[in-house]
Design a protein around this ligand. Sequence first.
Ligand SMILES: Nc1nc2c(ncn2[C@@H]2O[C@H](COP(=O)(O)OP(=O)(O)OP(=O)(O)O)[C@@H](O)[C@H]2O)c(=O)[nH]1
Ligand SMILES: [Mg+2]
Length: 319
Amino acid sequence: MSPLTNKGARQTAAITETKLKRLATDIRKGERAALAKGISIAENDPAGAAELLGLLGRPGSAFVVGVTGPPGAGKSSLVDRLIESYRRRGLKVGVIAVDPTSPLTGGALLGDRIRMTGHTGDRNVFIRSMASRGWTGGLSRATSQAIRLMDAAGFDLILLETVGIGQSDIEVVGVSHAVIVVLMPGLGDDIQVSKAGLMEVGDVYVVNKSDLEGADAMVVTLLSLFRGSTRSPPVLKVSAVSGAGVEGLQGAMEAIRSKFISGEREMRLRSIRGMIIETARGAAMARFSDISESRADRLARQVMEGKLSIESAAAKLSA
Ligand SMILES: Nc1nc2c(ncn2[C@@H]2O[C@H](COP(=O)(O)OP(=O)(O)OP(=O)(O)O)[C@@H](O)[C@H]2O)c(=O)[nH]1
Ligand SMILES: [Mg+2]
């Protein structure tokens, strides 16, 4: 049974309904400790999270921006810059940094924390790292729920950083209203960029590290890629380190945000659609992880003995 509908398990779980109600009230008041607790529930107790979100009701008005791109492109540094400029405009900013567990990007957790510590004393900035634990389905659901919790807590803008290495990492940003794809000079040929699906998801493309050689060439590569497509998203050159071009990026994002504020249906629908998909994906993955190893062993023996095909065994296992 899906953990999202497992009411029986709820009754025996640690968090009582009274506590969840109090938590929902505190989250709506914007209390940080309550929000942190709510996100932990989203990470560890899918049924509790579903109940909590049910208590919180209709979504608020947070504008959700996904920030994705290859490891080390400068996403966290740029997020840090964006926090600064949105704070100057008086917005309450939430950040979810998804920490990949891939050995390729090991140490990202520490990196994210270090690069965003400038805001630790600011009550209007809430930064949360979520470990992917190599389990994308669960991550998708928890991420999507964390966004809704921050939204309920009154954040105006939520930045969601994910590493765009694989399709599933990129799909996580499908819950956003707008997506910034962060690239950098010398990333290699266009095929590499388009293969990861990054060329489809971005509303704004950033060539970060413009202080380094090769930024112009990267911009030219991107523009030429879009010439063959039906879209022509902005391609901006930025240096998160020097701050050059950050205002331009901010301007491009504000143009998108003002469409969102004026009630652009498509953008809202896209995010809700993404959240439904990610939550369903999470539930499916959770169901899958319940699959018993011993059943798989039994099925393997039947396949070996020629009694069953791999396909029918897989169908039986996932039934
Ligand atoms: N020269 C230069 N270096 C930069 C710039 N922006 C970021 N960096 C450096 O690039 C490295 C990676 O930056 P991060 O912001 O951690 O990149 P990231 O994309 O968040 O990395 P992961 O989360 O690990 O994928 C750090 O050493 C930064 O200091 C830039 O504009 N110019
Ligand atoms: Mg990062």
